[in-house]
Write a protein that binds this ligand. Structure first.
Ligand code: DGT
Ligand code: CA
Ligand code: CA
Ligand code: ZN
Length: 566
């Protein structure tokens, strides 16, 4: 994606945030947000073309973007930045602290950063302030810590795009092999630093240090160079002898705990395992490929996503490693949006893109009326259903499913009555507000949604946004038990800053017998391929195709949805 688009979109998004914080009109905020998304998702570079050709960009926004392209900012943004310090904006990213409260704390108490807020709370300066009782203050402290923890790591979407860019920038005919290892290859939802391994000439290190994405060189050695990118992410590049490629990939993929377990196996046999190979004295037993190393230790190759010392070595030794679900196993997507609500692409364009991915079925699940900002009505939904039925004629190989993403209200009820819901092929029900309910209330809320026979899938269950909002508090054992009993699937929302359910909760839900749907939650065409991240989560939780409803043939899926014969 073109850099100018991303930067302009980020500036417009910042403007939308600041505009909202200063009490700006909510519908204008939304139009800025929509335009920002449209610009980010626009296939052509706006720096070379006309920003007015981007859907959702009107004259007023176009002028701002043009000024931004010329000088890296625009007047209205400068104004608002002057009124709201950067630290106050960072305060809005503290889980549990909304923009209104952040502005209040700034204007009334002069608190202008998360650090200042922590100080004020610990010094007791907030006691007696309305709406900031001891429980809220406690939660804010936790939220600040959570944000700082997350701030040092990036989510898998950012890390993957960066790793692919680094690898592309270094790939040429002098470079025999190049790949990423570490937590990114294991597909953790957050990544501390990116570990790239290469077989190539020594000059590669100097080339790497000179790349335009490098902001700082942290360490420059012959075997390893570490840099920090302009986006603040550390990337380590290691030069590997060609004959050690497999051993190095195995070693630097980790996890540390998995490697300890593997090394124990080697030691028991009187061998030594290092990043250079598996050795008996001076003799090399295996080093070229990972497969050879695992085989020499009496195991089949273990997928990187399973290398967390969660019993995978024992299972591999017994020959009982499960066959985990892969991207190829997915036959469709059950949670996607169009520009009828908050997506940026039209129904026709989304469906065409889905067909290009070779799906057997594809569900369109725009928001239902309770999210007022989306302005959905039953008439609009029914008109969309008709358009979808007409589109179906052009896609004989792909079944189009008409769905909706329902909003789970604070009491567990959803937007539409049963008779309306019966008209949809599939429903995803999600929490979008009242995130701070008590554990009991939240648990009851999810259980009520599971008990609704017209709810098929619980969308992005924890509602977390990595680096922005923590998970809601619920008794997940109780929720998953009811989901399994009622045949309600849990979603693995693959949007990378959600990654929701996270892998540990997927494992817990699987233990209770829950089924899963690995969805993209796409709001634009480029989001469709995010399903690969959801597959990573599923693999980390050892899911097989039997656990994942959107790997199933259409008939089995429709039966699960109670829509057989449709
Ligand atoms: P991260 O970067 O925090 O997301 O996590 P990783 O797993 O990528 O960790 P990192 O970058 O420190 O190291 C990459 C891999 O290299 C790690 O998973 C295992 C291996 N490794 C690095 N240092 C050591 C070490 O001192 N001992 C062992 N056994 N393995 C190491
Ligand atoms: Ca790493
Ligand atoms: Ca590293
Ligand atoms: Zn949602």
């Amino acid at each position: 994606m073109a850099r100018a688009n991303d930067e302009a979109a980020a500036a417009l998004q910042e403007y939308a945030d600041l505009f909202a914080m200063t009490g700006g009109d909510a519908f204008r905020v939304r139009s800025y947000q929509k335009a920002a998304k449209a610009i980010a998702g626009h296939p052509e570079d706006i720096a070379g073309g006309d920003v007015r050709s981007v859907p959702g960009v009107g004259e007023a926004i176009a002028k701002k973007i043009e000024e931004f392209l010329q000088r890296g900012s625009f007047r209205q943004l400068d104004d608002l930045r002057g009124r709201i310090p950067e630290g106050v904006r960072r305060m809005t990213r503290i889980p549990g602290l909304g923009p209104k409260k952040a502005v209040f704390l700034f204007t009334e108490l002069g608190i202008d950063s998360p650090d200042a807020l922590r100080e004020a709370i610990t010094a007791g300066r907030l006691s007696g302030v309305k709406g900031l009782g001891p429980r809220t203050a406690e939660n804010l402290l936790k939220g600040i810590e959570q944000m700082e923890q997350a701030g040092r790591r990036v989510h898998i979407g950012i890390a993957t795009e960066l790793a692919e860019k680094v690898i592309a920038s270094l790939s040429d005919d002098r470079v025999e092999r190049i790949a990423y290892a570490g937590s990114l290859r294991r597909m953790k939802d957050t990544i501390g630093d990116i570990d790239v391994l290469a077989v190539g000439p020594a000059e590669l290190m100097a080339d790497f240090r000179a790349m335009p994405y490098v902001a700082e060189v942290i360490a420059a050695g012959e075997k390893k160079t570490s840099i920090r990118t302009t986006g603040g992410v550390q990337v380590d590049l290691r030069l590997i002898p060609a004959e050690s490629w497999g051993a190095a990939m195995q070693y630097f993929t980790g996890s540390k705990e998995h490697n300890v377990r593997i090394r124990e196996m080697a030691v028991k046999k009187g061998w030594k395992l290092s990043e250079y190979g598996l050795f008996e004295g001076e003799r090399v037993i295996a080093s070229r490929t990972e497969e050879e190393i695992y085989e020499a230790l009496g195991m089949p190759w273990i997928p990187p996503t399973m290398r967390e010392d969660g019993g995978e070595v024992a299972a591999a030794l017994r020959g009982e490693l499960p066959e985990v679900v892969t991207l190829d196993d997915l036959r469709g997507d059950l949670h996607t949006h169009t520009d009828l609500t908050d997506g940026i692409a039209s129904l026709g364009d989304m469906v065409a893109a889905a067909a290009g991915l070779g799906y057997s079925y594809y569900a369109v699940t725009d928001h239902a009326p309770d999210l007022v900002m989306q302005r959905m009505t039953l008439d609009k939904a029914l008109a969309q259903r008709e358009r979808l039925a007409r589109l179906q004629e052009s896609y004989p190989g792909m079944r189009l499913l008409h769905g909706t993403e329902l909003n789970i209200g604070p009491d567990g009820s959803v937007d539409w009555p049963a008779e309306v819901l019966a008209g949809f092929d599939v429903t995803v029900a999600s929490v979008h507000s009242h995130f701070n309910q008590s554990r009991d209330e939240m648990t009851a809320r999810f259980i009520a949604a599971c008990d609704n026979p017209q709810v098929h899938i619980i969308g992005h269950p924890t509602t977390r946004k990595i680096g922005k909002r923590g998970p809601v508090d619920a008794d997940w054992d109780a929720v998953f038990r009811r989901a399994a009993a009622t045949g309600t699937a849990m979603e693995i929302d693959s949007y990378p800053d959600r990654s929701d359910l996270p892998d540990d909760l997927v494992r817990l839900a699987r233990h209770h017998g829950v089924k899963f749907s690995i969805d993209s939650d796409s709001h634009a065409i480029p989001h469709l391929v995010n399903q690969r991240y959801g597959v990573g989560i599923a693999q980390r939780a050892w899911l097989t195709t039997d656990d994942v409803i959107n790997t199933w043939p259409l008939d089995r899926l429709l039966a699960f949805l109670g829509r057989e014969g449709r």
